[in-house]
Design a protein around this ligand. Sequence first.
Ligand code: ADP
Length: 399
Amino acid sequence: MSNKLVLVLNCGSSSLKFAVINATDGNEIISGLAECFNLPDARIKWKFDGKKESTNLPENSAHSAAISFIVEDIIKKIDGLEAQFIAVGHRVVHGGEKFTKSVIIDKDVLEGIEACASLAPLHNPAAIMGIKAAQAAFPSLPQTAVFDTAFHQTMPAKAFMYAIPTNLYKEKAVRRYGMHGTSHLYVSREAAKVLNQPINETNVITAHLGNGGSITAVKNGESIDTSMGLTPLEGLVMGTRCGDLDPSIIEHLVSREGYTLSGVMDMLQKQSGLLGLSGISSDLREVIGNYEKGHEGAILAVDVFCYRLAKYIAAYSVPLGRIDAIVFTGGIGENSAFIREKVLSSLTIFGYKVDADKNQVATLGESGIITEENSPIAMVIATNEEWVIAQDSAELVSA
Ligand code: ADP
């Protein structure tokens, strides 16, 4: 029996993550990253059969050169692999209100993704480049699009509307969309399995904490509120992004402090968050290392990060009513026992009691409950967005 393999592509503006996934069991056959697009040192690294390899790409390579390398120099060189492919699945960041689930890509879908590009100017055009390059490389394979925003399309108006004149929503599509939907969907379903409850009767708060971070209230299996907004800038404190902010700060800096608008936006997106507060790094490991040495900026960064996260968790008790579990995922959520402990122990009103041993064990891809038997439940679930993309692609293709 041949496997059902899906080539999963996640195109960013200057990089491309890829994986070959068996849609049946989630097994990752190849994974890799092409990066430094449009620069002299464009390069690619990948892992196959436990072996890591890397090489330079031609100078100034971008999406299409990377995809041709993946096809010609990696996939085609592995005996019998290409014949098992059933689809190419693309991660697309913004699907606006048009895309509420994954779809097979045709001309209309491509136009729809293009139409949402103004909402994700860095990400959607990159996805389109990836789709076009993959269509050229695999003309006979179906291509699918899996949207980061789709899972959050179940949010009610009271959660997705900004309190600004409604014509901005009706005419300009300005509303909250949320991101990381594929991850929130995956970990909420996995959490229901751990809780041994049907997903449509399960209420969880899922915290995806990576370089970007967002938190979602999942009620009866559906997203009913999430922390990211029109763009991924809103919400939690992130690696370099500020998260929630008084919009008047922008006006203040531009009209009184001599900043340009683009300078302020660049600062809020690339120089804020953990990096801005700590003055050290956007990487939590480095920030924690300095926190332990008593570095003032690092202590402040960790405190603001955890405080904001705990406040969001508490706030989501409002739409959920009952919280079956808090679920941590993403690089920080899956690996930092320290952050999990700090956040949960500050939620005294809910009575979380972290089991120190279980919390330490749940790292490096190891999932599990991290609270004591007599405590409300918190757990770690290692996310697997690639598998969701592969599964959705397999389902769409077989339908
Ligand atoms: P991305 O959003 O780019 O996919 P990741 O999900 O890989 O990011 O998360 C990156 C973050 O995870 C970084 O802040 C990194 O420091 C943090 N991280 C990874 N491993 C650990 C660890 N062992 N302890 C604390 N933080 C960690």
